[in-house]
Design a protein around this ligand. Sequence first.
Ligand code: TXA
Ligand code: MG
Length: 343
Amino acid sequence: MKSKYINFIQDKNYEKLKAPAEAIKQGKLVLFPTETVYGIGADALNEEAVKKIYIAKGRASDNPLIVHIAKMEMLDRLVENVGNIEKILIKKFWPGPLTIVFKKKKIIPNIITGGLDTVAIRMPSNLVARKLIEYSNCPIAAPSANISGKPSGTIVEDIIDELDGKVEYVIDGGKVDIGVESTVIRVVNGIVHILRPGKITPEDIEKLNIPVHIEKQILGSYKEGEKVMSPGIKYKHYAPNTKCILVYSKENDKMVEKINSLAQNKKTVILCTSKNIEKYNSEIKLDMGQTLEEISQNIFTLLRKADKYKADLILIEGVEKTGLGLAIMNRLIRASAHEFIEI
Ligand code: TXA
Ligand code: MG
């Protein structure tokens, strides 16, 4: 059966969210927008409902989910202790694209945390997401809306084919604001460990005089059996079916030259910044935008689009790995299965 579709783009009537909120209460799944990417939500305290998320996504059971809340009272019900650094981060960045890992209370089912004794929590700023949580009156577990391994959904059109019928409701809020998933952090001995980079950058956190450590696997590769702070690091992600190569140089001309040379004699799709688009000889070129904000909004949808050409190769321009660029490069390095040429 097809999912019920709610258009929240033109008519922003929050009353329309009451039916999907009711569905959440009844243990069903709802696809909904957040400020980062779309999520597939279920009542976080209902084990059977959460199971359906793993099935819908084809997700590994040891890869834990993020629990979304709308009010601070909800946090106290779910986690053991909120430390001082976490309090500072919450005050500064919630509601917003920051996920914090806490020691969990028993009320959180093990299926959410993949058996870990911690739980990842975030308070989204997107109003549809918040109202959905408020109306359903329960914390909502939600991974990014995509089949496991594929790029996350930033517009409903990209994911409707793979998820239609697997959720009770699809709430279409149009294109999301940020386009990459939330920053995931955990505080250990007074240091903020970045487990997944996002819109809230290491620099944003350092500005609060809090020391930051970036987990090395964020830009490097995961080796079988290696200990990781976040299970998500182990899995293939964001990958189109077509082979991708990521190229970056601080010197723009060198980067363009390298991409042009790799594109020779092949059917190639090039994902590039607006300023360079005229410099490539390839027939198919997709414009990522120019600012880091534009690029982050566009990358997932362009990776999916690039795949549709059934080309021999997708070549992608990299960006500098600072600020939001760190999150962009983390996604692109994984999309290209670590085929990353830096010159
Ligand atoms: O922006 C986002 O965070 C989106 C929207 C829908 O809110 N959600 C999202 O969820 O990206 P997902 O499931 O695709 O990614 C969750 C990430 C995974 O990398 C997972 O390993 C990590 O968070 N994670 C979840 N719980 C954790 C925990 N207890 N300890 C360490 N990492 C955890
Ligand atoms: Mg995901």
